[in-house]
Design a protein around this ligand. Structure first.
Ligand SMILES: OC[C@@H]1[C@H](O)[C@H](O)[C@@H](O)CN1C(=S)Nc1ccc(F)cc1
Length: 400
């Protein structure tokens, strides 16, 4: 969507995967979906260094609402859990220098059964503008996938008509895919700043694996739709929760960066362990994700549990080509796997040499000659991600 926003994939914090639809503020006041939770996470995004690393959106997801609209037909938050209202919460987030996101559903209800926007698209768009919302996630429960092209387009029209710039996150493709329809990606890229392509992420390595496989297996259809202003969305970062090991957490961060994915953390910033926080704040990996070219990377090798993913990024000098290269070990047979590959075997040409640096470990491989193999050891369910600055003056590099 060309609205001047999301020129790089959005970064922020999204409540859903970690906090779900916990509305029991009576018995669980510290973890229920409430203004207190979002104020606390806003403060921690600042105080714990996440904002300095690039995280900027604080996004509410489902279950923020009252079950009824107000007397004048407007959406309203649950008064007990958001007593000061959403305009106040957004003002607080803005006062801390961050941006505020909200959630709705193109249907009669949200997935959790709260009021949807059907019948009030214009009013709801204007309500969000009045609350100074900066990001809207529109879900697709309780509506007909065949109506989504028109429905999502119409709501985007109303959002635009408010005159307030708002990032527009669409769940359109995933619901059409579920219905066996082929999403119309040329429409989606024009109407949305990001869109979910596949299943909700859950707190498990199996879930992350299934998403990685989906984006690798379908890259010919979906990778090319990513560019500044419009991004594929493989769903939230679950690093810091219960389901991923340290190695697996590094895999999610590395592959999301290769995929030019939005980096929307969904974890408890009050309790996250330092080594997981370090992964989320890894500046070299974030720089790959936020690379200005906005080219989504691809899986270029997959054999016996070893995968290689590559993403072209902004070259460091003239007649250079730069790539992020991720080596993933999907195996669980105990010992790290040796992977040795030469540039030309990956379709990366060089006639003078290339420089390799490890983006997680502080290892610089120095300058290698074009036929020298890159050799890495990859831990089970782990990853090694490198930056390759390839020098060649043939002035041609057909990466894809
Ligand atoms: O209710 C909202 C929740 C989150 O916003 C996810 O990111 C959205 O993809 C949708 N969603 C959920 S749980 N959707 C859903 C997931 C499984 C199901 F059987 C019925 C609905």
């Amino acid at each position: 969507l060309e609205n001047g926003l999301a020129r790089t994939p959005p970064m922020g914090w999204l409540a859903w995967e970690r906090f779900r639809c916990n509305t029991d503020c009576k018995n669980d006041p510290d973890n229920c979906i409430s203004e207190k939770l979002f104020r606390t996470m806003t403060d921690l995004v600042i105080s714990e260094g996440y904002a300095a690393a690039g995280y900027e959106y604080i996004n509410v997801d489902d279950c923020w609402l009252d079950f009824a609209r107000s007397f004048d037909g407007r959406l309203q938050p649950d008064a007990k859990r958001f007593p000061r209202g959403m305009a106040d919460l957004s003002a607080y987030v803005h006062s801390r220098g961050l941006k505020f996101g909200i959630y709705e559903d193109y249907g009669n209800f949200t997935c959790a059964g709260y009021p949807g926007i059907l019948g009030s698209l214009e009013l709801d768009a204007f309500t969000f503008a009045e609350w100074n919302v900066d990001f809207v996630k529109l879900d697709g429960c309780y509506s007909l996938p065949k109506d989504m092209d028109a429905g999502y387009s119409e709501f985007g029209y109303h959002l635009n008509k408010t005159g307030r710039p708002m990032v527009y996150s669409c769940s359109w493709p995933v619901y059409q895919t579920y219905a066996g329809l082929q999403p119309n990606y040329s429409a989606i890229t024009q109407r949305c700043n990001l869109w979910r392509n596949f299943d909700d992420i859950q707190d498990s390595w199996a879930s992350v694996e299934s998403i990685i496989d989906y984006y690798g297996d379908n890259q010919d259809i979906i990778a090319a739709n990513a560019a500044p202003g419009h991004w594929n969305d493989p769903d939230m970062l679950i690093i810091g929760n219960y389901g991923l090991s340290y190695e697996q957490s590094k895999v999610q961060m590395a592959i999301w960066a290769i995929l030019a994915a939005p980096l929307l953390m969904s974890t408890d910033l009050r309790t996250i362990r330092p080594e997981y926080k370090a992964i989320l704040q890894n500046k070299k990996i974030i720089a790959i994700d936020q690379d200005k070219l906005g080219i989504q990377g691809r899986r270029i090798y997959k054999h016996k549990g070893i995968e290689i993913w590559a993403r072209p990024v902004t070259p460091i000098y003239e007649n250079y080509f730069s790539y992020a290269l991720a080596f993933v070990n999907r195996r669980t047979d105990g010992t790290p796997s040796d992977v040795a590959v030469a540039l030309h075997e990956m379709g990366l040409l060089s006639n003078t040499g290339y420089r390799i640096q490890d983006l997680y470990e502080d290892v610089d491989y120095g300058v290698l000659s074009p036929h020298t193999k890159i050799k890495v050891k990859v831990n089970p369910t782990g990853v090694v991600i490198l930056k390759a600055d390839v020098q060649q003056n043939l002035n041609k590099q057909n990466f894809y």
